[in-house]
Design a protein around this ligand. Sequence first.
Ligand code: ZN
Length: 435
Amino acid sequence: MSSNQGLIKKLRVGSDMIFLATLVSLAVFSVFLKSFNVFFPVEQPSVESFLETKLSEYVYAEPEITPNQLPKDLSLFLEKGETITSLLTSEGVRYPKVLEIVKALQSHVNFRRLQEGTQINVTILRETREAPVQVLALSVVKSATEKVELTLQDDGKYKVRTLNKNFVKENRHINGTIQCSLISCMQRHGVPYGVITQLVNAYSSIIDFQRSIYKGDTFEVLFEEQKDDETGRIMGVVLKYASLTTKGEKMPLYSFDTAHAKRTYYNEKGEAAVKNLLLTPINSARISSHFGRRRHPILGYTKLHKGIDFAAPTGTPIFAAGDGIVLKAGTNGGYGRYIKIKHNGTFATAYAHLSRFAPKLKKGMRVQQGQVIGYVGTTGRSTGPHLHYEVIKNGRHINPAKIKSLPSVKLRGNDLKRFKNYVKSIQNELKQAKA
Ligand SMILES: [Zn+2]
């Protein structure tokens, strides 16, 4: 396919639709990234090293662009595997110019963080067939409120600045009784789709939506609507408070930010709505060694056994004990093939002596509770096929058998004080909304 056809395809969809879709996906992504960043700061490579690795991939191809004396505005969306570099080269911009643009943008844009679907607007000009394609302006829409703009100045240099949009924020309150499915029922009551998604995510750890919602149950939401002050268009929604009452049991959740975790949902006591870890991350296995001091079967001396051993045949699937990020998937001394998963700021779990890893499992990957991450084996210092399973709380090994009784992540100290005031302010708002 020529670059022209590709371009036409990209521009065919209504621009409003694309804009909205981008905003929604950006909002979802930014929330995801925020939660990710809190625990896993990623080392940032320099732009130079990024370009070096990418350079060989973008061999300059003669573009099928006809000369046009008028500037052309393009609205492009990064597709999987694409970069600003590949976008510009495919529009016929020569590599030295691309490099100049990328270098000019680097202090305002983190290229590694640009996601699929990021909107990039480019104004290009080609005066004659022989003339190189000029980039007059380029903007990267980083979020609904933030845009980085690059413009060509009279002196031939690029000027880059970050623009922030002003939003009018307004709280809205909606409640209702569930007569059909929760989602369609909330839609019928006028709850924006973005709010419903946030609500489902907030409750997904504590409610089984398939089985725990009944006809006659009620919901209540308080959310912030962000409107563009010029056009009045709704640019974003933030769920601040939600309450589901099922079979008479009321379960309110408050969205709250701390220095370590943004937009986490807590109950009135300040306990985060997060899943407990699985007690047994493997099916049909017997415990062959408990947590605690024991005589090591190979080393011979008494040693703290930092986990639980589950005897099971080689090849038995092992599940992630909770949602999280893979910190390590590789060999680790006496542990043999080893996986470590970080679940939140408090808990991590480890799995040792695996025969093999699940296909495609690698460091940095997000996994969900119950997902198969590997298979039982006897690699490393091991006497026979078994899973050695560890639960690590704040860097210390704890008895996995006790995780059921563990309290969920709870706000403490100053955070808890601030949270209690926040709950009061939300309750006041709810009272006013109902009055
Ligand atoms: Zn063990």
